[in-house]
Design a protein around this ligand. Structure first.
Ligand code: X8Z
Ligand code: ZN
Length: 668
């Protein structure tokens, strides 16, 4: 998540709304935030923007504090306070939007016009003007996020009952190779979202009411309006970018199916229509296949940076050190605490490592308060939202991350991702608050990932997380595959989530078809399918954080294209010669200065200009993705030669089939 408040910024009318009393002169009403709900007479557009920036800055910390508490201590009280703080904030924002109407059609500077535009678009959750509906909306939103965070799957009875949360279930998909255990973990997690379904239907009604109040056709159209182009244009852009990378994804898909068939047999390695079984890809949502290195490694005997093993060893060393520090007899509770201390120490080491990359580019160290206030690991005593996020608490240096870090490669790279958000916050903190956003939301998501692309095997070796790296074609293909399993497998996933939500918001996907449409889109874009029917008693979209958390997802798709453009530009700045994939700009101050210049622009100008300053071009473009993966694509084509690639999306078993006989594999 980027600045968390953005997801909650919204526009509705406060109860102390202006104008209800007709022409009678009344004292200026104030909202519960203490800011005036009416605009001072004679205020110019410039003065208005300056005042909103000032009021925004003042009320912001109270809102983030409430949200931080409700995400790191999930209980009824924290949720009540968070929903209330959100409601107050949204009401205030709506008042600003209303006040801004005075300036419509007036001459003003481009900066002021941009600030007013951003004010209108700075929310993912447009609240209805009706105050009761606004209160209902903030309560539902807080509740859904809490339900996700506290989600637990229990099975068995009495003393044999076993209860697991998302982290434990993800561990099964990551490391347990038993087909049925993986299926149980996948299905188990998808029970957690079933009760959210009713809430989500209501949520959609309420945000759509808010979007219409603001003049948008629906919430999806509002989401698509934040890209310095029309909603139709950005939708077409995503199609265009997808068509650039789709052939590469199809090759990877084909290769994965062959390997799954080899491991599980053709009856279990794929689902009807040649689609990949949802529970076998090492990840709850099939968005990153890196955990299935066991079957997807191109050359198991050639070298590959084995980061997870190295991180686990660090954890074990830390655990042993804590044990030695506390000799003698220990209760189970003492041992659990020692384990917790070792986890924390390892998580902090991993974070220091990530910080080191940024400081090597010439960026500042994280402030002391970052280290004391961040949530590094899952607490032992309470439910928290584990989904990783980065927070700017006060626009003045109180930055934090919230994660439940484990010593594995996925979490290690996620820390680099989160610090990308944090460094963006710190770089644009000096701008007026309305410009304290990414150039567009995909930029925000791409910063840390650009650094991840620069984590080459040589970089990992240099920081002691990988042994000597061979120079061979096998090692190269392994390294490319490692990156592709994270980046290429993500692309269709990054697209399908909002294809689903855009349809839900515009009414083309009805509540009675939520799950059917979800699996149709999974099939169409990812070529992934469940192995048993997923009827409408399920709400599988809700099992992905960003749906109950209401975080737009197109940003991640765009980021997975942009990050390769950024990476190439920084490699150029660092004077890199040779193939793109060999470049690491670790330690390069020229690349750092160029990156920092981009970050410090925030949203103060159209993103096309910011992109041009960094890369020389004004368009998002996937050719850097293809350039990076050229050796792998050639290799995949050879591997897939003679195979029937592609899949038949309509062969899915998402809806109960007339008979339970599996359909014949596709011939296409
Ligand atoms: O949600 C995230 C980050 C926080 S902004 C951890 N990501 C997406 C996801 O996990 O689904 C990063 C990549 C995609
Ligand atoms: Zn992010």
């Amino acid at each position: 998540m980027t600045k968390p408040i953005r997801a909650l910024l919204a526009l509705s009318i406060t109860a102390a709304v202006i104008g209800l009393g007709g022409c009678k002169k009344e004292p200026t009403p104030t909202t519960t935030t203490g800011a005036p709900a009416t605009a001072p007479a004679g205020e110019t557009a410039d003065q208005f923007v300056a005042r909103v920036n000032d009021e925004y800055r003042k009320m912001y910390p109270e809102m983030t504090a409430a949200q931080w508490l409700s995400s790191t201590y999930i209980n009824d009280d924290s949720q009540l306070l968070s929903a209330k703080a959100n409601e107050r904030y949204l009401a205030q924002l709506n008042s600003w939007i209303d006040q801004a109407k005075r300036f419509e059609g007036q001459q003003m500077s481009p900066e002021t016009a941009r600030a007013i535009q951003l004010l209108k678009l700075g929310t993912a959750m447009p609240p209805p003007k009706n105050p009761e509906h606004l209160a209902e909306l903030t309560q539902i939103a807080t509740k859904m996020e809490g339900t996700y965070g506290a989600g637990t799957y229990c099975k068995g009875e009495g003393d044999d009952m076993q209860c697991r949360q998302l982290g434990d279930l993800e561990d099964v998909l990551r490391s347990n190779r038993d087909y049925d255990a993986q299926l149980d973990a996948w299905q188990g997690w998808h029970t957690v979202s079933q009760p959210m379904r009713k809430d989500y239907v209501r949520f959609v009604e309420l945000v759509n009411e808010g979007a219409r109040d603001m003049g948008f056709a629906d919430t999806g159209e509002m989401w698509r309006s934040g890209y310095d182009m029309t909603p139709a244009e950005i939708a077409a852009e995503t199609d265009r970018l997808w068509s650039q990378v789709k052939p590469l994804y199809e090759q990877l898909h084909c290769f994965a199916r062959t390997r799954l068939d080899a491991k599980y047999g053709t009856d279990r390695g794929h689902v009807a229509g040649n689609m990949l079984p949802a529970h076998l890809l090492g990840n709850m949502w099939q968005q990153d296949w890196g955990n299935r290195w066991d079957i997807l490694a191109p050359y198991p005997d050639a070298s590959i940076p084995e980061i997870t093993g190295a991180l686990e060893s660090q954890y074990k060393a830390s655990f042993d050190a804590q044990l030695t520090k506390n000799p003698g007899k220990r209760s189970p509770d003492d041992l659990a605490q020692i384990e917790q201390d070792a986890k924390l120490a390892t998580a902090k080491l991993m974070t220091e490592r990530a910080q080191d990359f940024y400081t090597s580019l010439g960026m500042a160290k994280l402030p002391e308060s970052y280290w004391s206030k961040t949530q590094f690991i899952k607490p032992r005593d309470r439910d928290v939202v584990c989904h990783a996020s980065a927070w700017d608490m006060n626009m003045a240096g109180d930055v934090r991350t919230k994660m439940c870090i484990k010593p594995n490669e996925e979490d290690f790279t996620t820390i680099y991702h989160e610090l990308g958000h944090v460094y963006y916050y710190m770089a644009y903190n000096k701008l007026p608050p309305l410009f304290q956003q990414g150039a567009h939301d995909g930029f925000h998501e791409a910063i840390g990932d650009t650094i991840v692309l620069a984590m080459t095997p040589q970089y990992l070796q240099s920081i002691g997380l990988a042994g000597d790296q061979q120079v061979s074609n096998e090692a190269l293909i392994n390294a490319q595959m490692r990156m592709a399993l994270a980046k290429v497998s993500f692309l269709p996933f990054g697209l399908m989530i909002d294809r689903w939500r855009w349809g839900v918001f515009d009414g083309s996907i009805k509540p009675a078809d939520y799950n059917k449409a979800w699996w149709e889109l999974k099939a169409k874009y990812q070529g992934v399918a469940p192995v048993s029917a997923r009827g409408e008693e399920f709400f599988d979209a809700g099992a992905k954080y960003h749906v109950p958390g209401n975080t737009p997802y197109t940003r991640y798709f765009l980021s997975h294209v942009l990050q390769f453009q950024f990476y190439k530009a920084l490699c150029d700045a660092a004077g890199h010669k040779g193939p793109l994939y060999e470049c690491s700009f670790y330690g390069n101050k020229e690349a750092g200065a160029k990156f920092q210049a981009m970050l410090s622009k925030g949203a103060s100008q159209p993103w096309q200009k910011t992109l041009k300053e960094l890369t020389g071009g004004e368009q998002m473009d996937a050719s850097a993705v293809l350039e990076y993966f050229a050796p792998l694509q050639t290799w995949l084509k050879q591997q897939n030669e003679g195979k029937t690639c592609g899949w038949q999306a309509d062969a899915s078993v998402a809806a109960p089939a007339p008979t339970d006989k599996p359909a014949a594999p596709a011939k296409s």
